[in-house]
Ligand binder design. Sequence first.
Ligand code: KG4
Ligand code: ZN
Length: 330
Amino acid sequence: MISVGIETSCDETSVAFYSTEHGTLSSVTFSQADIHAVFGGVIPEVASRNHIVKIKPVYESALQKSGLSNSDIDIIGVTNAPGLIGALFVGVSFAKGLGYALKKPVIPVHHLSGHILSAELSYPELKPPYTAIVISGGHTHIFDINETLSFKLLARTIDDAAGEVFDKVAVTMGGPYPGGIFMENLAKNGDRNAVKFPSAFKGELKFSFSGLKTAVINMYNKNIYSKEDIAASFQYTVAGTLADKVFQAAKLMKRDKIVVGGGVAANSEIRRVFYERGEAEGIKVYFPELARCTDNGEMIAYSACRFYKFRRFLNYRGSAFDTKHSIGLL
Ligand code: KG4
Ligand code: ZN
């Protein structure tokens, strides 16, 4: 089976082709990061307009690189939620048009499920059941996933997402947007035990990062510790908080595998803490390769094939067979 995956939920226009027989055939991404960096954050209207300009050339480039033609496509996967509404509309409209023209089913893929299933591309032996955590600019969510790809939400943040805290703290400390890599680089020359920062809702399956954000910014403004020590201590606190809750969730669900996805999963300290905890607790931890952590069409193309197996898709006219998985646009 051949699928095409279309991702336009935020500031990446990305299209990939995936074959259940041969794996990923092509993946092309146009990142708008530079366009939005001057504003210090993603401007939704600017994002939608750039998706409109880029979606067709990105699709054509991915198709050409795959060596396929349109008639080879069996199913079309598209991110339908969550994301910037105008940005999602561009991808969903393109996917529906393609589905209608080719008379092929369109599979709505929830963005967070894409980030989670992405790890299966890096580890072919990995299949549910497992517990997963998505850590990105907009989300900090823990799910349990069963054999038939049903997602059960176990925990989420009540305020800032993990990536959002990295970005906001980075801007205060003179860094760029997005600031995750800036903080990670500062932390490399700092002492992770220099400052003891708070971790909210200890022992509960609930996240809150706004208190940590305020504590880090206040500490920075006091000029007592170096930027490096603050960054290292902050990063270590985030890593420990994320690990505490996802390991608690996995034990609650009696799972022996934890999957991590989303842009913040690229962080080396978070990886180190998770792997170390996994060894100690006898739970295997899976992170996708670095390139698969940020938004991409490949995770959507792959997820479409996985969901298709369980008939979670729409036909080309848009009537629903199963909309349980589809929240939002499709
Ligand atoms: O998943 P993603 O590409 O887009 C969203 O769906 O949000 O995640 C972007 C987020 C940003 O907040 C960025 O600062 C963060 O991932 N990020 C990192 C690192 N690389 C990207 N955070 C911490 N350490 C990193 N190395
Ligand atoms: Zn994402």
